[in-house]
Write a protein that binds this ligand. Sequence first.
Ligand code: ZN
Ligand code: ZN
Length: 382
Amino acid sequence: MSTKDYLEKDYYKTLGVPKTAKPAEIKKAYRDLARKYHPDANKGNADAEERFKEITEAYNVLSNEKQRKEYDEARSMFGSGFRVPTGTRGGAGGGFGGNFDLGDLFGGDGLGDVLGGIFRGRGTAQNRARRGADVETESTLSFGDSIDGATVSLRLTGEGPCPVCHGTGAKAGTVPRVCPDCQGTGQQSRNLGGFGLTEPCKTCRGRGLVVDDPCESCNGSGRAMSSRTIQARIPAGVADGQRIRIPGKGAPGEHGGKAGDLYVRVHVRPHPVFGRSGDNLTVTVPVTISELALGAEIKVPTHRGAAVTVRIPPGTPNGRVFRVPGRGVRRKDGNLGALLATVEVTVPHDLNTKARSALEDLRIATAGADPREELLRRARQD
Ligand SMILES: [Zn+2]
Ligand SMILES: [Zn+2]
C-alpha cells in the first residue's frame, strides 16, 4: 500500500467503522464483511471479489497498530479529502496488483480455518504489546536559548516498517500467507522427554506468516531504517550536558504498546560575556582603581536586556561580587536567579602626563601605608 493509497482510500468507511473504533470492533466488522463477500460464497461475482480485496486491504492496515497510526497520520497531514491524480494506480505500491492470488491466501480448508489462523496469530507471544525503545539524541543550543528555552528540530533515525511493503515483508502485489506449520500462531509444541515445550515456529520464526516473494527493498524483513524530524521544547534554564526527557517521543510501540521516551543531551555554546553558576548568571566588569577607591556608578550589561546601573561604594576591594536580582536563570518555581557581577581592576599601560603625575602624587600621599605589612608579619608565624 503506497502513501497515495493511504490518501485516497478511506479504510474506515470500507469497513463501516468510526475512526475511533477499537481493534475488536474493526476485527468484528472485517469478519462480518469477509464472510459476506468471500469469493467462495460469491462464485464468479467480480464485484464481490473486488469488494473482498478492498475490505481485506483495509483490515490489513487498520488491524496493525503501527500501520493504522501511519495511515491516520498521513491522512490528517494532507486532509482526508485529498485526491492524487490517477493514472499510476496499481503500480509497484499497489497492495493488490495483478499478482494477487486469492488461492494463495485462502487456500486450505476454507474461510473459517484461515481467518481463524490469522486471528489466532494476533495476540500471541510474538505479537504482544511492546513498549517502544527509548531513543537518545543530542542538540546544541546557543547560550541564550539555553537560558530562555527554545523549540528545536530533532532528526531521529530509527528502525520502522519498510515503506515499500508497509511492514509485511512481501513483494508489492503479493501478501504474506498464514504459516502452514503453525497455522498462524507463531508457536510450535515439541515433546521433550515427556515435557511439552512451546517454542517459536521455525518456519515463520514466530511471525505466524510466511512470505513467498520477499520485498526487494527490505529482503522480506518488513523493517527499514527511517528518519523523522520532530519538534521538541527545551525548557528554560537547561545547563550544558543536561539530559532532557521528552515522554512518548521515542520509538513507536508495537502491537498497541506505548511509545518510548526521547532523551535529549543538551550542549550549550559558551557566551563571550556571560557565564553560568547554578541559577545565576555571571559577568566580569572592568573598573578603574579610582572607581573602586572613590566609589562610582557603573553600567553592567544584562543578558538579553538593557544594562543596569550598579553603585560601587568608596573603598570597594577588587574582585567584589555585586548581585543584581532577577537577571539570572529562570528556576523551576518560576522565579529568576541573579546576575553576579564581579568587578576587576584594569591597569592602564599608556598613561598621559596628567594621569602619571596624579598617580605619582597618590604614591607619595600613601607612602606611609604598606599594603604588604600584614602579609610579611603573618608570614613569620609558624
Ligand atoms: Zn519491504
Ligand atoms: Zn509458523
